[in-house]
Design a protein around this ligand. Structure first.
Ligand SMILES: [Fe+2]
Length: 478
C-alpha cells in the first residue's frame, strides 16, 4: 500500500515537473505576431516634380550629395555628388571651422549611359587623413552654385565607446519612404546601415530608370550629405536588362555608390568591412557568388579572422536577403547563404545580422541550424546562445508595398514580427550592452515598438565579464 502511494506521489511529481518544464520552454520561446494595422499612404512613388526631389538652385549646382566611410577605421570619408550640365570641379574644400575651408581634396568625375539615358557627371572624392571625433565643414561646386555641408568623424576605435547606428532597408521613394527618413532624422543616430534596395528605379522603363536613380539621390541627400551611409546592394540594384541591351549587373548602383572595399582587402565593392567606434561591420552581397572558394567566401573567411573583439566588441553583419524569415514573401530565399555561412557566424559569435528584402519587420531569438546535413535529419533550428540575432528591416516604405502574410504558426525562432513601415536603431552603450529599437512609422510619429537590450556575444562569457565592472544597463539579456 505504502509502495503504491509512493508511486502515485512520484507520478504526480513527474507530471507537475513536466507541466512546469513545458510551460517554461513554451513561454521562453514563444514569439509575437503583431496584429497592428495602420492606414498607410499608397505605395506609389512621389511625383517627379515634388519638392522632395528638389533640384538645388544655380547653374550646374552639385546635387545628390552623400558621404560614406572612406577607409577601414573612420579617418576618411568618400564624398560623392552629381553635376547635371557639365563636369565642373571635382574638388572638395574642407576644414574644422565653419566657412574656413583650409584643406582641399581632388576627386574623380565620370558619366555613363544606361540604355538611352545619359547620366550627369558623377564625382567621387576621397577625403582622408582626418582627425577622429571632429566636426568637418565641406564645400563643393563653384561660385554662386557652390553648396556647403558638414559631417562628424567617429571617435578612434575603442571597445568602450558608445555609438548609435540607424538601420534602414528597402527604402524606395514613396511618401512612406519620406516618413521613414523624417523619423530617422529624429532618432539621433550617427550612421546609417543600409540594407539594400535603394531607389526601386528598376521598376520603371527605359530612360525613367536613370531619372529615378537621380531623384532618389536628391531624396536621401537631407541625411546622406551629413552622415555616412554604409551601403549594401539588393536585387533591385542588379538591373540586368538584356531587352535594353544592358547586361552588366549593378551598373547604375556601382557608378553612383562607392564603398571602401580595397581598404579591407576585398576585391569587389559589393562586399567589404569597416570598423567604426566599437563596432566591426561586415557587408555581404546576397547576389554575388558566395559558395566555397569564391572571392566573397575567401574574403569573408579572412575578414572574420581579422575581427578583434578586444578592440571592436560588436560584430554586425549586413546582407540583403534574410537567413531567418517567416514571412511568405521571399521565404527560404536566404537558405543557400545560410547553409554556407551560418556555421561561421555562430563560431565567431556574431552579435546581430541585419537584412532587408522582406517588406516587413521581424526579429529572431538566438537560434541556429548548424547541425543539419543531408543525412543527419536534424533539420530544425534550435535555441543557441552562441548564435546571432537575425533582424529583418525591409520596411523602409517602397512602391511594392508591405509583405502582409506571415507563416502560421509562427516558427519558434521568430520572436517578434509586424507588417508595417519603420526603421531601427542600435545604440551601443559600452563593450557589454547595446539597446536595440524598432520604430514603427505611425501617421506622422515614430513609435518605438520592439526593443531589446543586447548583451555582447563575446563579452558575455563569464570569464570575461568577471574582469569587468558590473553592467549598468537593462535586465533582459538576449
Ligand atoms: Fe529586395
Amino acid at each position: 500500500m505504502l509502495r503504491m502511494e509512493r508511486m502515485l506521489l512520484l507520478g504526480t511529481q513527474f507530471l507537475f515537473v513536466s507541466l512546469l518544464l513545458s510551460f517554461y520552454v513554451h513561454k521562453g520561446y514563444a514569439g509575437i505576431t503583431s496584429t497592428f494595422v495602420r492606414s498607410q499612404w499608397p505605395a506609389t512613388d512621389i511625383p517627379l516634380d515634388n519638392e522632395a526631389f528638389a533640384v538645388p538652385e544655380g547653374h550646374n549646382a552639385p546635387q545628390q550629395v552623400r558621404i560614406t566611410q572612406g577607409d577601414y577605421d573612420g579617418k576618411a570619408v568618400i564624398i560623392s555628388w552629381v553635376t547635371p550640365d557639365e563636369p565642373g570641379s571635382s574638388k572638395v574644400q574642407y576644414g574644422t571651422s565653419e566657412d574656413k575651408y583650409e584643406f582641399t581634396a581632388e576627386g574623380t568625375v565620370a558619366n555613363y549611359s544606361f540604355y538611352k539615358y545619359k547620366s550627369g557627371y558623377i564625382h567621387h572624392c576621397l577625403v582622408d587623413g582626418l582627425e577622429y571625433d571632429k566636426k568637418y565643414y565641406y564645400k563643393i561646386g563653384s561660385g554662386d552654385s557652390s553648396r556647403k555641408f558638414w559631417f562628424q568623424t567617429p571617435p578612434k576605435i575603442n571597445p568602450d565607446l558608445s555609438y548609435k547606428f540607424g538601420i534602414i532597408g528597402d527604402l524606395g521613394q514613396t511618401y512612406n519612404s519620406l516618413s521613414t527618413l523624417e523619423h530617422y532624422l529624429q532618432s539621433g543616430a550617427q550612421t546609417v546601415l543600409f540594407l539594400g534596395d535603394l531607389s526601386y528605379a528598376d521598376r520603371y522603363h527605359r530612360n525613367d530608370i536613370g531619372i529615378r536613380w537621380d531623384t532618389w539621390g536628391r531624396f536621401v541627400e537631407r541625411i546622406a550629405a551629413y552622415q555616412p551611409w554604409i551601403w549594401s546592394a539588393g536585387n533591385h540594384e542588379i538591373e540586368y536588362m538584356p531587352e535594353l541591351g544592358e547586361i552588366v549587373p549593378f551598373k547604375n548602383y556601382l557608378q553612383r555608390y562607392v564603398t571602401p572595399y580595397a581598404a579591407c582587402g576585398s576585391s569587389n565593392p559589393l562586399w567589404y568591412a569597416i570598423r567604426r567606434a566599437s563596432a566591426h561591420i561586415i557587408v555581404l552581397s546576397s547576389y554575388s557568388p558566395f559558395v566555397k572558394y569564391t572571392p566573397q567566401w575567401r574574403w569573408l573567411r579572412e575578414e572574420l579572422k581579422r575581427v578583434d573583439r578586444e578592440k571592436t566588441p560588436w560584430l554586425i553583419v549586413l546582407m540583403h536577403v534574410p537567413m531567418y524569415n517567416s514571412n511568405e514573401a521571399h521565404f527560404m530565399e536566404g537558405e543557400s547563404m545560410r547553409s554556407v555561412y551560418e556555421e561561421w557566424f555562430v563560431h565567431h559569435k556574431v552579435d546581430v545580422i541585419f537584412a532587408g528584402h522582406v517588406h516587413a519587420y521581424e526579429r529572431s531569438f538566438r537560434a541556429s541550424n548548424i547541425h543539419y546535413n543531408v543525412s543527419s535529419g536534424e533539420r530544425y533550428p534550435v535555441p543557441d546562445k552562441a548564435a546571432p540575432i537575425y533582424i529583418t528591416v525591409g520596411d523602409g516604405g517602397n512602391q511594392e508595398g508591405l509583405a502582409g502574410r506571415f507563416r502560421d504558426p509562427q516558427p519558434e525562432y521568430s520572436a517578434f514580427r509586424e507588417s508595417s513601415y519603420g526603421h531601427s536603431t542600435l545604440e551601443i552603450k559600452n563593450r557589454t550592452h547595446a539597446i536595440y529599437h524598432w520604430n514603427r512609422n505611425d501617421d506622422g510619429k515614430k513609435v518605438p515598438t520592439d526593443s531589446v537590450v543586447l548583451l555582447n556575444q563575446y563579452w558575455s562569457s563569464n570569464k570575461r565579464r568577471r574582469k569587468l565592472e558590473k553592467p549598468t544597463y537593462g535586465t533582459a539579456f538576449y
